[in-house]
Design a protein around this ligand. Structure first.
Ligand SMILES: [Zn+2]
Length: 68
């Protein structure tokens, strides 16, 4: 895990700290955690769900489009 630095003083802070130990400035509650990783996991789950819907559901709509 990479070291995090305070954006105010440049000192080292730990993930989960509520304030910088060097200058005392409050840090955002999710500083050092990566919410975008969660977003990517949800996006992949959505793509897999869409693929499941396309390949496993009865393709009634495609029969109509093809004129059968
Ligand atoms: Zn600081």
């Amino acid at each position: 895990m990479k070291n995090l630095t305070c954006k105010h003083c440049g000192g080292e802070v730990k993930a989960g700290d509520i304030a910088c130990p060097n200058c005392g400035i409050p840090l955002p509650p999710d500083y050092g955690k990566y919410p975008q990783r969660n977003f990517i996991l949800w996006f992949i789950a959505l793509v897999v769900l869409c693929a499941f819907m396309i390949f496993w559901l009865p393709p009634d709509w495609s029969n109509k489009l093809l004129g059968r």
